[in-house]
Every structure is written in C-alpha cells, then in structure tokens.
Ligand binder design. Structure first.
Ligand SMILES: O=C(O)CCC(=O)C(=O)O
Ligand SMILES: [Fe+2]
Length: 325
C-alpha cells in the first residue's frame, strides 16, 4: 500500500524540489537488530585486524559506535567494504568482503519502507542493487589511505550519473536511511533543490573524489545547496537526478546510513553486473524474494563471476574529457 507517512503535499514537494525528508520509517526494534548484526561484524573485523597485527586491543567492552571510534583511532583503517552491502566497482576478487545478512535483508524489505517506495514507484517494487552501508567515524581519525565514500565525505553527484545509461528513463528512487541522527556536524547530505529538473546530467569525472570516486567537479556546482538533517529512523528521499553530496563527519561519534534504491520491476537497474530482486509484487507474489540466504547467494555469485571475468563497465564518463582537466 501507499505510505500513510507521505501526504499529498509531501509528494508534491518531492516532485517540485527533488527531495523529501520522511520521519519515523524504522522502529527501534529494526534499528536494534541491524546494530546487533553489525556489532557481530565489527567484532569479526577487529579480530581479523588483531590477528594481522594491525590492532592491539579489541575494546570488546564498548557499545557499537564507541567501539568503532576507539578502534579507528588506533588502527586508522577503513571498515567500508567489510560493512558494505554491495561490491566495489573495481578490484573485486574471490575474497572481497561484503555484508549480506538477515538483519539487512529485513531492513531492505521492511513493509513501511516498501510502502514509502510504493508511493513513488508503484506497487511492483524492485530492489535496485546500487546500495551502500556507510558507517562513518570522525573523519580526522581515518588514515589517508582509508578515506573513501563509504566512511568519509562524498562529493557532488547525481545518482543517475553513477549508473549506466540503460537506467536513464527508469524512475529509481533513492532512499537514504538514517540509522543515527545525521546533521551538519556529523556529515548529513546536502542537496541542490530543483536540480532534478533539467533532463541532462551534469558532467561527472571519474577518479577525482576521495578513494578515486566519480564526481561532478566543484566548479560546475554554482547553484545554492542546503544541508538536510535527518533523524534516526527517518529517510531522505532523492530523485535520481537531484545533485547531492555529504559533509565531513566532524563530530566525536559515528554517522551511520544505508542508501537504498527502489524502482518498478522489469526495467534496467543501471548496474547489470550486480543482483537486484523483486521486493514486492501484488501481481505475482511468488516472484518476491523472501529468503535472505538467497539474496546473500546472489551477491556471492556476482563476486565469483566478476572475479573470474574481470571488471564490467560501471559508468558512462570519460576521465579525459576537457571538463575533467
Ligand atoms: O551518505 C553519503 O555520504 C552519500 C550518500 C549518497 O550519495 C546517496 O545516498 O546517494
Ligand atoms: Fe548519491
């Protein structure tokens, strides 16, 4: 069903401005389940780093966020790919870590979240595989090599610009979910209101962002932007062409989000090398993916295929374009 959290005025705001904040999507139990799940993952990674001599103390006595900050202060390493729910766009091997668990699958298919998606993409809902977990420690604690878009600030881009052209006409909705409060101090998103309206994209340049990310050169972003704080359990919805970036986490604590994407079933995702799934289908309920293990297996199979066959094409941009110089 359509989400009772979204009034016609809110829907109109999304259409006019290209973004919308929706509060109160996730309940405490869902957030707790995800936190417990990631606590176990953190413990696994900490033990790995300890066994590799990269970390002395496990700090097992601390709760999740404080433990992550404490370990980052000592090891200065990137947690990003260990926690992410996607594969990276380059360098995939048979051992590349990623996180696909029951708690995350339950989050991706949470009925209240799918109701929000349904309000914008209709009742036949496909989970697009362009999705990330970003658990960001205070940025100053990270070593230079550990800075990337999964755990530090993200430069200007349009989500349509990080997908292949096959997806250009598909109404993909970005749902940026706040697991902790996000604000200007700890690195919330900034958006350029109404930037979704021109049908053509801004030029994106591969390799110029942190960790070699693709982004729009700052000189091309002349419009006014605004920071958009989001409370824990709420979401920022973005149109696929809305220009956005994120701020630096300058606080003392973690900033944690999931960015998920939903679209109508049966259309290209813009990243065919990665697996999506039918999240909701009143027309063909048997096509819905219900078992998190199958979802995890789809990602494991994608990893094997990419490790064997090499890196597929992930974007349309040319680093040697004059605007990228
Ligand atoms: O969370 C961030 O820092 C960036 C997220 C983003 O670009 C997105 O959700 O599309
Ligand atoms: Fe984005």
């Amino acid at each position: 069903m359509k989400s009772p959290l979204i009034t016609p005025e809110m829907k109109a705001q999304f259409e006019e401005e290209g973004y919308l904040v929706v509060n109160g999507i996730l309940d405490d139990a869902t957030i707790q389940a995800v936190t417990d799940d990631y606590s176990a993952k953190l413990d696994e990674v900490a033990r790995l780093w300890q066994s590799q001599g990269k970390l002395q103390n496990l700090h097992s006595e601390l709760p999740f966020g404080e433990r992550l900050v404490k370990i980052t202060r000592e090891a200065k390493l990137s947690w990003g790919q260990h926690f992410d729910i996607s594969l990276p766009q380059a360098g995939v091997t048979h051992d590349t870590p990623f996180h696909a668990s029951k708690a995350v699958f339950d989050l991706l298919t949470h009925p209240r979240l799918l109701d929000v998606a349904e309000t914008f993409v209709g009742p036949e809902i496909y989970s697009n595989p362009i999705q990330h977990t970003r658990i960001k420690p205070p940025e100053r604690l990270l070593g230079k090599d550990a800075l990337n878009g999964l755990n530090a600030r993200v430069g200007w881009h349009q989500d349509q610009g990080v997908a292949l052209t096959e997806q250009d006409e598909v109404p993909v909705l970005t749902v940026w979910l706040a697991i902790t409060d996000a604000n200007e101090e700890n690195g919330c998103l900034c958006v350029v209101p109404r930037s979704h309206r021109p049908p053509e994209l801004k030029s994106h340049c591969p390799g110029i962002g942190l960790g070699g990310a693709l982004e729009v050169p700052a000189k091309l972003v002349t419009e006014e932007s605004i920071p958009v704080p989001v409370r824990r359990g709420g979401a920022l919805l973005l149109h696929r062409r809305t220009l956005h970036s994120s701020l630096t986490n300058q606080s003392e604590r973690i900033r944690w989000s999931f960015d998920l994407r939903y679209q109508p079933t049966g259309l290209p995702t813009g990243r065919p090398a990665f697996p999506g799934f039918v999240a909701r289908s009143p027309r063909n309920p048997g096509s819905e993916l219900k078992d998190w293990r199958q979802w995890a297996q789809l990602w494991a199979d994608a990893r094997t295929r990419i490790a064997n066959e090499g890196t597929p094409k992930f974007n349309r941009w040319d680093a040697s374009a004059p605007v990228c110089a």
